[in-house]
Write a protein that binds this ligand. Structure first.
Ligand code: P6P
Length: 337
């Protein structure tokens, strides 16, 4: 019987990794874990509550907000506000940054960027959805934090993680020293270490892309998809297409089994669809820490300049060998044997 290690115990034990930390990041991760359990409770009974369906409002993206989107956004902001370790929340659901300027928060040293409920259009059909978060140190030493504190490159993240509300609920995160996964045990209401030191397989046979957009893809993406579909038993196992339409679920599957997830530019989305600050950067940090790769087809996601809060970026993310081949097609340098 292996010893149960809860998220809280793990965070405290790993605090030794940060000898100069005074516990703020640990408490911030704890606050996120608490909100995740509350959101999980509502996601799990969404079909039974008057919480499904359109909230009537629309978010900054112009997307109709599902009531659970709004609920999740409120829960994470409330947890961060009461925890006092975060001075600004940048959320997909809010056009502007949310400054937490209470006495205990206004001088807090951390910034949280979050997609409170990614893939929420899948809620009504019981497909896994997720929360994605990214944590930065503020750039200004004190006083009211500003957007300048938020718009930092992905390389500046101190932590990143996601929660996947699926057949089980998992919290996966990194602080730059590897990736660990925790599964929620409903019988004790705790996230318990279930996937220590997660590593993505060097290669794989799953490719994940919305082929409904095929005609709108750049030629390199079209060529890569054809490469994936070629039966070439002599050199590699046939690939399989898997696309859930929920970024957290697609990337989590690839983290466990190996694979590549691509959301490229299309003629209707010239900068891609996914958001750099609270979707691409945190997922890129996690996958790189697990030994994988994340680029925009040519440049490392984490190195991209961040110039606006809801900036979009194309993303090729997953097993290192697969992303590298996809990049060769994007740069038309693939050596056909
Ligand atoms: P499409 C969900 O709406 C989301 O933001 C991601 O979770 C997902 O990967 C992507 O959009 C799906 O987009 O255009 O394929 O429906």
């Amino acid at each position: 019987m292996t010893k149960t290690i809860t998220l809280g115990q793990f965070i405290i034990e790993r605090q030794a990794d940060f000898p100069y930390a005074k516990g703020e990041l640990s408490r911030l991760l704890r606050d996120i874990g608490i909100a995740a359990k509350i959101v999980n409770r509502e996601v799990n009974k969404a079909g039974l509550m008057d919480i499904l369906g359109q909230a009537g409002s629309t978010n900054i993206q112009g997307e109709s907000q599902q009531k659970l989107d709004v609920y999740a956004d409120q829960q994470f902001i409330a947890a961060l506000k009461s925890g006092g370790e975060c001075c600004i929340v940048a959320s997909e659901e809010n056009e502007e940054i949310i400054r937490l300027d209470s006495d205990i928060s206004k001088n807090a040293k951390y910034i949280v960027a979050i997609d409170p409920l990614d893939g929420s259009s899948n809620i009504d059909v019981n497909v896994p959805v997720g929360t994605i978060f990214s944590i930065y140190r503020r750039r200004t030493a004190s006083g009211p934090a500003t957007l300048h504190d938020v718009l930092q490159k992905g390389t500046e993240q101190v932590a990143a993680g996601y929660i996947i509300y699926g057949s089980s609920t998992m919290l996966v995160y990194t602080t730059g020293k590897g990736v660990n996964g925790f599964t929620l045990d409903p019988s004790i209401g705790e996230f318990c270490l279930s996937h220590p030191n997660l590593k993505i397989p060097e290669t794989g046979t799953l490719y994940s892309i919305n082929e409904g957009n095929y005609v709108h893809f750049p030629q390199g993406v079209k060529d890569y998809i054809k490469y994936c579909q070629v039966e070439d038993a002599a050199t590699r196992r046939p690939y399989a297409s898997r696309y859930i339409g929920s970024m957290v679920a697609d990337i989590h599957r690839n983290l466990i089994k190996g694979g590549i997830f691509i959301y490229p530019v299309t003629s209707s989305a010239p900068n891609g669809k996914l958001r750099l600050v609270y979707e691409c950067n945190p997922m890129a940090f996690i996958i790189e820490q697990a030994g994988g790769k994340a680029t925009n087809g040519s440049s490392r996601i984490l190195d991209l300049d961040v110039y606006e809060l809801h900036q979009r970026a194309p993303i090729f993310i997953g097993s290192k060998a697969m992303v590298s081949v996809a990049e060769q097609f994007m740069q038309n340098t693939y050596e056909r044997i």
